[in-house]
Ligand binder design. Structure first.
Ligand SMILES: *Cc1c(COP(=O)(O)O)cnc(C)c1O
Length: 371
């Protein structure tokens, strides 16, 4: 029996986090002015290869602002994968537009470009592809459908900071890319988000919107009804320190994913992994497995048994179209339902040792009847 609990996610602070936060306290710059905000934004834009980066209070409003700026509103439809975190659909609904739920591919679990095509109507304005669990979408295919139908593209890159497709960072293919820095993401600021775009005009518009709509050249003069969606200097200070070591954060995740693949090799009769999109490099936000019918326990039973072994797991996201808020009997996303029902996220973070992963995989193999 193992007494240690192994959590699914743990943030880790490898560098200057504390030093920069102390600096905010010492200088009293703790709110949404201060040097770390610009430094974090500039470094983030540089890291991803984008002209503009705008910090904001979380990854959900990082989706809301682009949708407003791109003009999504009542009467419009925006394509969203059903198999995602609910924030993607919520942001569309906040604008008064309708999220139209699209099925996922059975191997990569990302948005199915053919189902996108089927769900396009005369009202469709845009699409939000989600790079699920750190795995970039096939952006050539997504962009081709978008271009064909004149759709805007906002990439929800909340889970995939630094993941690449054909050598380019996820988030830089569409009109905008959005990121989250929640405590369990690739890098964190506690709560926080970022929007990237090469379009200076849209960037300027969103900068104004996130600060209550204040005229950039005239203080306390408001020309638009905006929002308070700002990040604090303390959050940016943590973010900058995290970003300084992002290559290490990503390398740690790739190492853990590699260990899982090794330890669970040859188990394909019992379980499968999320396939990485061709030409892509995942950052493995969450390493996940799907159980096959040969497993001697159900997904939920396995999660419970692993919990008894001191191992925390999470069910994959429930598809949007089966939950009351976005219930849509006509959505027809059978692949999302099937994947979501049989899969779980395994612990994926830098504090895991090779021994931990061997222990986790040993428990899984025993419970599913593979050994
Ligand atoms: C985490 C996440 C978000 C939202 O981020 P918050 O910072 O929690 O608001 C949006 N989309 C996806 C796919 C996410 O995983």
């Amino acid at each position: 029996m193992n007494n240690k609990r192994i959590p699914v996610a743990v943030p880790n602070f490898l560098g200057n986090e504390k030093k920069y936060v102390d600096d905010c306290m010492d200088t009293t710059w703790i709110s949404s002015n201060g040097k770390y905000i610009k430094e974090f934004e500039d470094s983030f834009a540089k890291f991803l290869g984008s002209r503009n980066a705008l910090s904001c209070s979380n990854g959900t409003v990082a989706l809301h602002l682009p949708l407003i700026a791109l003009g999504a509103g009542p009467g419009d439809e925006v394509l969203v994968p059903s198999f995602t975190y609910i924030a993607t659909a919520n942001a569309v609904a906040y604008c008064g537009a309708k999220p139209v739920l699209v099925d996922c591919l059975p191997d990569t679990w990302n948005i199915d470009p053919e189902d996108m095509r089927r769900k396009i109507t005369s009202k469709t304005k845009g699409v939000i592809p989600v790079h699920l669990y750190g795995n970039p979408c096939d952006m050539d295919a997504v962009m081709a459908v978008a271009k064909e139908h004149g759709l805007f593209v906002v990439e929800d890159a909340a889970e995939c900071h630094g993941a690449t497709y054909k050598g380019r960072c996820a988030g830089t293919f569409g009109d905008m890319g959005t990121f989250s820095f929640f405590g369990n993401k690739i890098i964190t600021t506690g709560e926080g988000g970022m929007i990237i775009t090469d379009n200076d005009e849209l960037a300027q518009k969103m900068r104004q919107l996130k600060g209550q709509g204040m005229d950039p050249n005239r203080r306390y003069w408001f020309t638009e009804r905006g929002y308070n969606y700002r990040m604090t200097n303390i959050e940016a200070a943590i973010g900058l320190a995290q970003l300084e070591r992002i290559e290490e954060h990503i390398a740690n995740r790739r190492k853990v994913a590699g260990w899982y693949q090794e330890e669970l090799a040859g188990m394909q009769d019992y379980l499968s992994f999320q396939a990485v999109t061709p030409h892509a490099e995942s950052v493995w936000w969450m390493f996940s497995i799907l159980l096959t019918e040969k497993s001697s326990v159900s997904r939920d039973a396995l999660m419970e048994k692993l919990d008894g072994d001191g191992i925390e797991t999470r069910p994959l996201f429930y598809p949007m179209h089966v939950m009351p808020v976005y219930a849509d009997a006509a959505a027809a996303c059978p692949v999302s339902e099937q994947v979501a029902a049989s899969g779980m996220n395994l612990p994926t973070h830098a504090m895991l040792t090779r021994e931990d992963v061997r222990y986790i995989c040993g428990c899984i193999k025993k419970h599913i009847g593979a050994i």
